[in-house]
Design a protein around this ligand. Structure first.
Ligand code: AMP
Length: 545
């Protein structure tokens, strides 16, 4: 399939608002993709280049992309940046590279596979001079690309396709294109963590092929996530008579793959193996099976006492001074689940109780997370008190009969922490309210700090009383920089303390993250914007989530 045809289809998908229509278009797109291209197309349409388990990255940020676009077209990188700021969309800016805002050159027959090959080449560039090489390679890719293709190419490079196509849409598209079962497609995506592979198997081998898909040791799956709860609510949230209570260790999530070699992956599926040689050794000593995939937390310790999670982060992804840091920050491993076992392959469809039995067989006791089964709220409270006394963060309460659902956050795992984390964020904008609040600034745009400038991370409107809104509206009056419609830009001077449920990845805000259920807790008059939280802290909190 020519990339320009993919782009035309992408335009169409973008313009549709109904989910069903989008699914139909995605199904058509998959059906029409060339034999060798369905894997790539299934990923591209979701804004992904490589399988989710694959930790290769294009590593192209906005400024490299603008430089590449400038090489390919008339405007300078600064002009392109301005256009992106005006339209809020790098795709639109890329589509207008030629004279008079319309690109006049380029009408190649580049295929989807050609683009994928070019991306593989970009991802392989590392080290000295790689930025320049990447800019050149990417520039030449755009040089041959007609406007519509340039638009989607630019968005793809930054991982924001904006087609409104998530995993569910592609799953349903595969079901409709190849007449296979939804549950089997969903299971396949969970186990392989590659929507492209599932699409190809569904097309070539149907339900039979999907049924034989397996987890592969060495390819990480998405970790299951926990939802926040309180001790008093756990039993009603779980709707169970019994609960499995585990210590919540305050460190970094690690998925350990034991096979011919041992590999460790982070929560975001990055390969951590080289930075954690001591954890590799611990895993190898503790695990009694030939092959296993384990879910665990590693915690920094000193004299047997747990240290704050920031200490673990000093060890992750480190390329240099690995051995030195290993002596400085000791790590302890706490395995809390097993996803794959040599004898039976993937065991995520078993209940937690069954998996806990497997865990006890497969891993030495010292490396297993503290786990208890309780039948009432007092039991949960006792376990929590013990965990806190031992210097840990709290407990995670789990449904005894629950399966392991990769990438899902639901009521089967509940995290209970006495003190939720808050963020101190800089207010960089706002929006006039509606109705009764029309004369008040009703919501505030929040940003984290960078070395230079700010990146947005969300809007807060919850937790603000009418009285506070009046005070804030008056206070922000003198900080207005500009107003467009209902939106206001403020000079960054005020810091809000904000609570939230969790941090999510999101293309909506410039930080690349968004807060789920942000709520206003107060103005931090004791803090200046220089004291506000940084993008780095946000990233760390996300990693630890
Ligand atoms: P939070 O970081 O507060 O969102 O809590 C969820 C995180 O707690 C998970 O992603 C794990 O990294 C960590 N965690 C620590 N101990 C456990 C445990 N026993 N079960 C599940 N997650 C745990």
């Amino acid at each position: 399939m020519e990339f320009d045809e993919f782009a035309e289809r992408a335009d169409r998908i973008e313009s549709l608002s109904g989910d069903h229509d989008k699914v139909d278009e995605v199904a058509d797109l998959l059906s029409d993709a060339g034999t060798d291209e369905v894997r790539v197309v299934a990923r591209f349409v979701q804004g992904r280049v490589f399988p989710d388990w694959d930790d290769r990255k294009l590593d192209v940020g906005p400024s490299l992309l603008y430089d590449a676009l400038a090489l390919a077209g008339e405007p300078t990188a600064d002009e392109i940046e301005e256009r992106v700021a005006e339209t809020g969309d790098v795709g639109e800016a890329a589509a207008r590279l030629g004279t008079g805002g319309q690109q006049t050159f380029g009408s190649t027959t580049e295929t989807v596979s050609d683009v994928y090959d070019a991306f593989e080449s970009l991802a392989s560039k590392e080290g000295e001079g790689s930025q320049e090489t990447k800019t050149r390679e990417l520039g030449s890719l755009f040089m041959d690309t007609p406007p519509r293709s340039a638009k989607h190419l630019a968005r793809l490079v930054l991982g924001e396709m904006r087609l409104g196509v998530g995993e569910g849409t592609v799953r349903d598209g595969i079901v409709s294109a190849y007449g296979v079962d939804t549950e089997l497609v969903e299971r396949g995506i969970m186990l392989t963590n590659d929507v492209g592979e599932v699409a190809e198997v569904a097309r070539d081998e149907g339900n039979e092929g999907l049924r034989s898909l397996e987890m592969v040791v060495g390819r990480p799956v998405k970790p299951m996530l926990a939802q926040a709860s309180t001790v008093d609510n756990v039993f009603s949230d779980l709707s169970a008579d019994e609960a499995v209570v585990q210590t919540k260790y305050d460190g970094a999530r690690v998925q350990a793959h034991v096979g011919e070699e041992t590999r460790l992956f982070s929560r975001s599926l990055e390969d951590l193996t080289d930075s954690l040689p001591d954890v590799v050794e611990t895993v190898e000593d503790a695990v009694r099976s030939d092959e296993a995939i384990l879910d665990a937390e590693v915690v920094a310790v000193s004299d047997g006492e747990p240290l704050p999670f920031q200490e673990v982060l000093r060890r992750l992804r480190r390329k240099y001074r690995v051995e030195e840091m290993r002596d400085e920050v000791g790590l302890e491993l706490h395995v809390f689940d097993v996803l794959y076992d040599s004898d039976d392959g993937a065991v995520i469809e078993e209940t937690l109780k069954e998996r806990q039995d497997r865990l006890a067989d497969a891993v030495d006791d010292e490396a297993v997370a503290r786990t208890a089964t309780v039948e009432d709220t007092d039991g949960v409270r006792r376990e929590e008190a013990d965990a806190l006394d031992a210097g840990h963060e709290g407990v995670v309460v789990k449904h005894p009969e629950s399966v392991y659902s990769p990438g899902r956050r639901g009521k089967n795992w509940l995290k209970i922490k006495p003190e939720p984390e808050t963020l101190d964020l800089v207010v960089t904008g706002g929006e006039w309210g509606e109705g009764r609040r029309a004369s008040l600034v009703g919501s505030y745009l929040l940003s984290v700090r960078r070395e230079q400038g700010y990146e947005t991370v969300g809007k807060v409107a919850t937790g603000l009383t009418d009285e506070t809104l009046e005070e804030l509206t008056e206070r922000f009056e003198e900080l207005v920089v500009s107003e467009v419609g209902k939106e206001i830009e403020f000079k960054p001077e005020v810091v809000f303390e904000v609570g939230y449920e969790e941090i999510q990845r999101s293309p909506v805000y410039t930080s690349g993250y968004a807060l789920r259920f942000p709520r206003f807790l107060g103005v931090r008059d004791d803090k200046s914007v220089e004291d506000a939280d940084t993008l780095e802290r946000l990233e760390r909190l996300y990693e630890n989530d």
